[in-house]
Write a protein that binds this ligand. Structure first.
Ligand code: MG
Length: 161
């Protein structure tokens, strides 16, 4: 397989808890609750990692950074995304574009979207125009609507360097 472009899909879910910071897209979002996880639980960055790995059939985030490994306890997910970027670069690819949707009931993310895009673009050495981050609610339905957690869906196009 020697494709010029490869698409990838990532999905992540994390549960809200009381005693953690809310980290999304590499930044801290002011909110009364945070997300539970072995790492800093940045579901947006995790879904991007999975989408990039998936595009090149390199497995998933759990394969590369097992949640049983103490090395990754409370780790900054920006480090994980940076490591994933190195893996795809080693395969001869770079990000073409990324499109993510964060599904959560609260807080409203609009004021933080551009800061997240900038953060992701910095980690992936690309332009902010290549990074799309969107947010929507679940209309008060299901586990997202009940504010038990959030989910994030990401798609990427990886292009040959
Ligand atoms: Mg995760």
């Amino acid at each position: 397989m020697n494709l010029e472009n490869r698409i990838g899909f990532g999905y992540d879910v994390h549960q809200f808890v009381d005693d953690r910071k809310l980290m999304l897209g590499g930044i801290e979002i002011p909110f009364e609750r945070g997300l539970k996880g072995h790492s800093d639980a940045d579901a947006l960055l995790h879904s991007i990692c999975d989408a990039m790995l998936g595009a090149l059939a390199l497995g998933d985030i759990g394969k590369h950074f097992p949640d049983t490994d103490p090395t990754y306890k409370d780790i900054d997910s920006k480090i994980l995304l940076s490591e994933v970027n190195k893996l795809v670069e080693a395969e001869g690819y770079k990000l073409g574009n990324l499109d993510s949707t964060i599904v959560l009931q609260r807080p409203k993310l609009r004021p933080y979207i551009d800061e997240m895009r900038k953060e992701i673009a910095t980690i992936l050495y690309c332009n902010i125009e290549q990074i799309s981050v969107k947010a929507t609610t679940s209309e008060w339905m299901g586990f997202v609507g009940e504010e038990k957690g959030i989910k994030v869906i990401s798609t990427v196009m990886m292009v040959k360097k």
